[in-house]
Unconditional design. Sequence first.
Lengths: 113, 113
Amino acid sequence: SAVISQKPSRDICQRGTSLTIQCQVDSQVTMMFWYRQQPGQSLTLIATANQGSEATYESGFVIDKFPISRPNLTFSTLTVSNMSPEDSSIYLCSVARSDNEQFFGPGTRLTVL
Amino acid sequence: AQSVTQLDSQVPVFEEAPVELRCNYSSSVSVYLFWYVQYPNQGLQLLLKYLSGSTLVKGINGFEAEFNKSQTSFHLRKPSVHISDTAEYFCAVSQTTGNMLTFGGGTRLMVKP
């Protein structure tokens, strides 16, 4: 298994500001993902964080709003830019093993006022 | 493209009763299947997975699921639930040739004393 930590665990932010969420894994992994879980809903994939290249975004998500960095095989960041109350969600990172099993971080609970 | 449908958004059940949480999927290619559990204010934890082989899969905490290819289903069952099983349960699929997970909408299991 993989141990994943996220910082911050929660935050309350003002409209128009940006927040960067960090994801750290205890071992090198190839595949890292960022998900959003809106209140009372399921998980939606935002993007795949690629090491050494630009992230791959899913439909409905753009780099200007959710820039992602992946400087090495154990770390990634997701920034939520120019936030609005609609961005209030839990943001989770995950990593995948070769058999497609994904391990999830504890999540970052974001509230935008 | 693939999709996952969890037919029940909420399932109330009394303690020590059996429970079945339903999951159906659609995909034009072979898939791997997963069940995750999310306890309140926590991240996701893998309950069990089907990759290949026996269609009856046993997981943690006494849960099991059966893969039925003809009915494209992967229902989760437990013969006797505990109060501590109260949580949100997510069914997910991924293509065998890729890592991306597609989640169902989730089922909230509410175990009553």
